[in-house]
Design a protein around this ligand. Structure first.
Ligand SMILES: NC(=O)c1ccc[n+]([C@@H]2O[C@H](COP(=O)([O-])OP(=O)(O)OC[C@H]3O[C@@H](n4cnc5c(N)ncnc54)[C@H](OP(=O)(O)O)[C@@H]3O)[C@@H](O)[C@H]2O)c1
Length: 252
């Protein structure tokens, strides 16, 4: 599908990669962009100029993706979309054993897995009605190999990887294309304490929009992710061990 004249909804659109998606969509000529976020009022106060500048194309929607009522309300407001970008996610930086209890582990599954699934289930009929369209799921290289500093997050993103394959198969008949995006470390709040070189959110956003237009299924955009994909294909076990070696303090 083409981005020009598309109608898109982005979750977690107030900051980080989500905000970059909104800006990239507008720049590439999307007709309408629904920027979904938990705290609309805080965003309005922080960015009044861009809201005024893009008022014809941008609409803010209050949305916590773990809240089924808010999801239903978003479907009511954004019933014209042909592109759903499931970007919202959390990382609690807990190990699977090191976590003091399962609270933060369950929260990551609730947001990254169940929240994304709820969004897809709610919007699948909308996309079908609008001709099929595209769903983008923002996963991570940690979907494919566990990253010990993010052990429970990696597991939630691995669940999202399987989900992505499953919904791709189930939605194929209705003509909905499903794209998985696998970033490496990106320079956002989420990765602010990760001691690695990081790529920009804009690079991820622009690479994703290009991948949508090319009809790709899985995309590795930043330099870390591209190298990761090569290493993963040659040795899945080796790359998991490499993550441990890269961050020795994470497993101390
Ligand atoms: N940064 C990286 O290195 C990296 C690497 C690989 C993949 N990713 C993935 O990229 C996506 C975007 O992350 P980011 O780097 O931009 O992180 P970020 O700056 O921490 O932003 C996360 C976004 O998700 C939103 N969010 C969290 N829980 C939510 C919920 N229950 N409902 C709705 N929105 C929720 C946040 O909203 P609030 O402002 O309300 O908290 C925020 O807008 C995530 O899925 C992340 O896992 C990031």
């Amino acid at each position: 599908m083409k981005i020009k004249n598309s109608t898109a909804l982005v979750t977690g659109a107030n900051r980080g990669i989500g905000k970059a998606y909104v800006e990239a969509l507008i720049k590439r000529g999307a007709k309408k962009v629904y920027a979904a976020m938990r705290d609309v009022e805080a965003f309005k106060k922080s960015a009044p100029e861009s809201l005024e500048k893009y008022k014809d194309v941008l609409e803010l929607i209050p949305l916590d993706i773990t809240n089924e009522e808010q999801i239903a309300s978003a479907v009511g407001k954004a019933g014209g979309i042909d592109l759903l970008i499931n970007n919202a996610g959390i990382a609690n930086y807990t190990g699977l054993i090191a976590a003091k209890n399962l609270g933060p582990v369950r929260q990551e599954m609730d947001v990254n897995y169940f929240g994304t699934l709820s969004m897809i289930r709610a919007f699948a009929p909308v996309l079908e009605k609008n001709g099929g369209g595209t769903i983008v799921n923002v996963l991570s290289v940690a979907s494919l190999a566990n990253f010990p500093i993010l052990g429970s997050y990696s597991a939630s993103k691995a669940a999202l990887y399987s989900l992505t394959q499953g919904v791709r198969a189930e939605l194929d008949q209705q003509g909905t294309h499903v794209l998985g995006v696998y970033p490496g470390p990106i320079d956002t709040d989420m990765a602010k304490d990760v001691p690695m070189d990081k790529s920009s959110p804009e690079e991820t956003a622009n690479g994703t929009l290009q991948a949508i237009e090319e009809g790709q299924e899985d995309v590795f955009i930043d330099v870390f992710a591209i190298q990761f994909q090569k290493d993963f294909q040659s040795s899945p076990i080796g790359i998991a061990k490499q993550f441990v070696e890269m961050l020795p303090e994470a497993v101390a």
